[in-house]
Design a protein around this ligand. Structure first.
Ligand SMILES: [Zn+2]
Length: 312
């Protein structure tokens, strides 16, 4: 975990991407302070807050949750006294999401199947004990502009893209965007609720802001170039999925046929199965918030890795 100054009084807290849940955060040390996202467990969130405390008071006046996934919200309870801001769809999804005890049981189990090992190995570095899901208390339905000691800070709703309740945090004076999981750098993105069209629209919107620095939800700091790569990835996967859907292939068979090209170097390329499944769901006419069977997709990701290994 490292702290990087990306503007005057503006910081990014980055974690090395080691698979599921190794997310990023941000801190703006103005007007009482604003933190963007907590981490997946208390241990990592405390460490992040200790780094921020060297620069400004913690907990800050505001915490923004960019979306509901646990790797961005399960440290919320440490922000006592902060106003926690999130979109209504984020809060609704937090109420329905799986609990930390399920993940803790997976890590503690000595009977994990081979198919799930890649996921469990990713999350083994987290400690899911003691987490109390702490819901945001300032719910927004669209956009919100805050004045952080004279620094304008825009919280902009861009969902449903990666999830139903995606917001980005934009600092127009510095050209800085905290993108949450709408934006990734060199790691294979996953979407839960939302559509390809809305996600691509969100990416185009980010590019239209012409940011100088982007703090992605996962991966290192980036800019427009890396954001365009994510857009190209999605276009490629969507078009290929459509071709194989029309040919009658299953999600797994289509995933095997798709040539990832340069994106094969991104971390966890087997998440391709999630993205093909998402495209198929759209072709089937399912709604943008149709439930995703994460467990089935993890198994499919494993099968895809096995196929690649044997083929290579
Ligand atoms: Zn995330």
């Amino acid at each position: 975990m490292k702290l990087i100054e990306i503007g005057k009084d503006i910081y990014a807290c980055l974690q090395d991407d080691r698979g599921f849940g190794w997310s990023n955060s941000g801190f703006i040390n103005r007007g009482g302070g604003l933190v963007v996202d907590s981490f997946w467990d208390l241990k990592h969130t405390k460490k992040m807050m200790d780094l921020y405390r060297e620069k400004g008071p913690q907990p800050p006046k505001y915490l923004v949750n960019t979306h509901h996934n646990g790797d961005h919200t399960w440290g919320n309870q440490l922000f006592k006294g902060s106003e926690i801001i999130a979109h209504r769809h984020c809060v609704e999804a937090m109420k329905k999401d799986i609990g930390p005890q399920i993940l803790k049981a997976m890590i503690d189990s000595d009977n994990i199947s081979d198919e799930l090992k890649w996921f469990v190995n990713d999350i083994r570095g987290f400690d899911f004990s003691g987490i109390q899901i702490t819901l945001p208390d300032r719910i927004i339905d669209d956009n919100l502009e805050l004045d952080l000691g004279g620094l304008p800070c825009r919280i902009i709703y861009v969902g449903p893209a990666h999830t139903a309740g995606d917001v980005i945090v934009y600092l127009p004076e510095d050209g800085i965007i905290f993108g949450g999981d709408v934006l990734w750098n060199s790691c294979t993105p996953i979407g839960w609720e939302g559509t390809y069209a809305k996600w691509l629209h969100a990416i185009d919107f980010v590019i239209s802001l012409n940011p100088k620095v982007i703090v992605p939800g996962h991966g290192n700091l980036c800019g427009i170039k890396e954001t365009l790569e994510v857009k190209e990835y999605f276009n490629h996967i969507y078009n290929e999925s459509e071709r194989f859907y029309k040919a009658g292939l299953s999600v797994l068979e289509a995933s095997k046929q798709i040539d990832l090209g340069p994106y094969a170097k991104w971390t966890e390329p087997q998440r391709l199965a999630f993205n093909v499944s998402r495209a198929y769901s759209e072709f089937d006419g399912k709604p943008w918030d149709a439930p995703v069977d994460g467990m089935a997709l993890l198994l499919m990701g494993h099968a895809l890795s096995q196929y690649w290994e044997k083929k290579i």
